[in-house]
Write a protein that binds this ligand. Structure first.
Ligand code: C5P
Length: 349
């Protein structure tokens, strides 16, 4: 804890790395009465990050500063929402300044804004030398957005409910990956609406079972619960594989056969959002193919996009692929997935 806080007589600052996430498979289920959709996904934190600085001074109010004009600095910012709730829950008053050093792309799919909010919450607690009970912390995170709570766990995590109920999974080893961030903003609510339009009950009633599966032979118009069950089965199979209890053994074994993430990929993970986002933005499908051509073992849209990622068998392969993709005009960065212990040890700057 020492070395992370910078005091002077009037203020103190805590700096935190706000790591991003990707989705290793994502299944969309039925729409719920509250307007959200059932979701089943595996979240995985990665090493790309923003830096958040929280400074406390005497007084009251919340101020957000960010050099990137695309980041809102008013009460619509998730960091503001979280601090507002946390200060109330802690029953304390200070002036809180949040400096967001944006390094992650703002395009979406990496959970940047959600990660920023959780990083802010953790920095705030540390700066105040106060801790919220874990259940309150998770409650605030879930209230502010569906993919905030995952950042209170880090590493490999199962997301259910509307994505806000998170459970730590056996941590995957660090996997080299390439992140591609096309200059496209995909609206998550619109992507869910497009999914409903295409695969919801309305589509079934309009076109009859099987009509869409004819157009897309890889799809069936199974009921949403069946789709969720499918991924559940895949995940159960993955978790019950022999390596799951002994990470160090499969880490040492290395190579393709020993790489549990690639086993998961082979089990058939996929992101449902691709079915509605790619037709709308063909460039993103091209990006996925470009990643595959550059040697990715698996490539996918992350969340509702527009971020794409590719998983690679080696760091060198990922670095080569990123360079190749950049030459082709893609904004590509090589990085690696971040297991839970490293997520937490790397958090406080
Ligand atoms: O929770 P979050 O603020 O990230 O969600 C943004 C929007 O995405 C929601 O208002 C909702 O329209 C949609 N959403 C959804 N089902 C989910 C998560 C998000 O329909 N599981």
């Amino acid at each position: 804890m020492l070395g992370v806080c910078h005091y002077n007589q009037f203020s103190m600052t805590v700096s935190v790395r706000s790591f991003a996430k990707i989705n290793l498979g994502l299944r969309i289920g039925a729409p719920r009465p509250d307007g959200f959709h059932q979701l089943l996904t595996v979240y995985q934190t990665i090493a790309l990050h923003d830096v958040i600085r929280v400074t406390l001074t005497r007084g009251s109010g919340i101020e957000i500063r960010c050099a990137d004009a695309r980041v809102p600095t008013d009460e619509s910012n998730t960091c503001f929402c979280v601090v507002d709730r946390a200060m109330q829950a802690l029953g304390t008053e200070r002036r809180v300044r949040i400096d967001i050093e944006k390094r992650l792309p703002v395009q979406g799919g990496l959970g940047g804004a959600s990660a920023n909010a959780v990083a802010t919450l953790l920095a705030l607690e540390r700066a105040l030398k106060k801790s919220l009970p874990a259940a309150v912390r998770f409650g605030i995170a879930a209230e502010v957005g569906s993919d905030l709570p995952l950042f209170l766990i880090g590493g490999t995590a199962l997301g259910v409910g509307r994505g806000e109920q998170v459970y730590p999974l056996p941590d995957l080893p660090s996997i080299p990956c390439v992140i591609v961030t096309p200059e496209i903003g995909v609206s998550t609510p619109k992507a869910f609406a497009a999914w409903d339009e295409r695969y919801g009950e309305g589509a079934l009633a309009r076109e009859g079972p099987g009509s869409l599966s004819g157009a897309h032979p890889e799809l069936t118009l199974s009921a949403p619960s069946d789709r969720m069950n499918e991924l559940s089965r895949e995940l159960s199979a993955w978790l019950s594989m022999p390596y799951s209890g002994a990470p160090s053994r499969w880490l040492k074994r290395g190579g393709r056969a020993g790489n549990p993430l690639l086993w998961l990929v082979r089990a058939g993970i996929k992101n449902d959002f691709e079915e509605v986002v790619f037709p709308e933005y063909p460039e993103l499908r091209e990006g996925k193919h470009a990643l595959e051509r550059a040697g990715a073992e698996y490539a996918s849209l992350s969340g509702s996009g527009s971020t794409l990622y590719g998983l690679f068998a080696s760091r060198e392969g990922a670095a080569r692929a990123a360079a190749k993709l950049r030459k082709q005009g893609w904004a590509a960065q090589a990085t690696a997935t971040l297991p839970r212990p490293r997520y937490w040890s790397g958090m406080f700057v």
